[in-house]
Design a binder for this molecule. Structure first.
Ligand code: HMG
Ligand code: MG
Length: 304
């Protein structure tokens, strides 16, 4: 019988992955309140925003303002950077945790960062070494680890090879992403088992998009492969603007609900998490169709 962990870590990616795909600009103050409420719900690690080109992703153009108010000494506040220019912008803030991102698939990387994967690597590896010398926390987000919207199935060998480059450069964490929500639980189990065997000295995190409603099954399969860290997004928001077919991430509330029901502690309070979603919901272009949140709303409204 597989022994499951007693607790897991939820890395909330809603303020970054969740909002980056929203076309209408969400007021910066709303984003700050959302982040604050997520922390109140018990979230200890989160992606706040990204220092990408405001021309490519206008929604993230207020990154410096977000960081100025939201970084605190109590939680791990991560920001994404795609290149040296993004890193220079981070250096002028108080943020101490940086995520770089790259796609295993060359075609996706080209669309997302306007560079071939190997050119991104050539730029990112020296940045990682520099960040390490400066004692930053470094996370590497590995996109299209299972499937690419342009190239189809990605081989485990290619994903593992790319991960090795980042681990050798000294990252603290690998976040392995099913960018377009196409992985089957058997594939999640297989890749995460191998990652766990080879890289058990770094933090290993699973990042599942829920396009085909397989994220919860993939999280369970990854748990069985020994993974205890999951990127999730409040309200199930999210998707990469440069990955056609990518829909939201695994909804934090559904993951927390499932894990807590299994006796696995997440440290997240579901009622407070719903209050965080309430803050951002009126500003979204889409409705929230996670399992837990609409049900919870119905129950509270029927008691009012
Ligand atoms: P580019 O156009 O090739 O960049 O974009 P460039 O170096 O030629 O510069 C063009 C202009 O952008 C210049 O400004 C630069 O200064 C500026 P101009 O002279 O024209 O006024 N620029 C920047 N400005 C601010 N911050 C920067 C920056 N870099 C250049 N960092 C670039 C290349 C990487 C910038 C662009 O492609 C980009 O911003 N891409 C980001 C795409 C993105 O945010 N994707 C979503 C995040 S990844 C994701 O969601 C996947 C993940 O969730 C895991 C998964 O699910 O797979 C992590
Ligand atoms: Mg993502």
């Amino acid at each position: 019988m597989v022994i499951l962990p007693k607790e897991v870590t939820i890395i909330e990616v809603g303020p970054r992955d969740g909002l980056q795909n929203e076309k209408a600009f969400i007021p910066t103050n709303v984003k700050k309140q959302f982040i604050s409420a997520l922390k109140t719900s018990g979230i200890q690690e989160l992606e706040l925003t990204s220092f990408v080109s405001p021309k490519w992703v206008p929604q993230m153009s207020d990154a410096a303002d977000i960081v100025a108010d939201c970084v605190d000494g109590k939680t791990r506040n991560i920001v994404l950077v795609p290149n040296r220019k993004g890193l220079e912008r981070v250096y002028s803030t108080s943020c101490r945790a940086v995520a770089v991102f790259v796609g295993v698939s060359n075609s996706f990387n080209q669309k997302n960062i306007n560079k071939a994967t190997k050119d991104s690597l050539n730029e990112l590896i020296p940045m990682i070494r520099e960040l390490k010398e400066k004692h930053y926390f470094i996370r590497a987000c590995i996109s299209t680890a299972f499937y690419c919207p342009y190239e189809g199935k990605i081989s485990e060998v290619d994903t593992l090879r790319l991960c090795r480059e980042f681990v050798n450069a000294g990252v603290d964490e690998l976040s392995i992403a099913d960018t377009i929500g196409m992985a089957a639980p058997s594939e999640a189990y297989s890749l995460f088992s191998q990652l766990n065997r080879e890289f058990n000295h770094v933090l290993l995190t699973a990042h599942f998009h829920d396009t085909r409603k397989m994220a919860l099954a993939n999280i369970l399969a990854s748990l069985q492969a020994g993974i205890t860290r999951f990127d999730t997004s409040a309200g199930g928001l999210g998707g990469c603007p440069f990955a056609p077919g990518a829909s939201g991430n695994a909804a934090t509330e559904d993951v927390v609900y499932m894990l807590e029901r299994m006796g696995i502690s997440t440290g997240v309070d579901l009622t407070k998490l719903a209050a965080a979603i309430d803050i951002v919901r009126p500003h979204l272009s889409r409705s929230i169709d996670s399992g837990f949140y609409p049900l919870q709303k119905q129950t509270t409204e029927s008691h009012e």
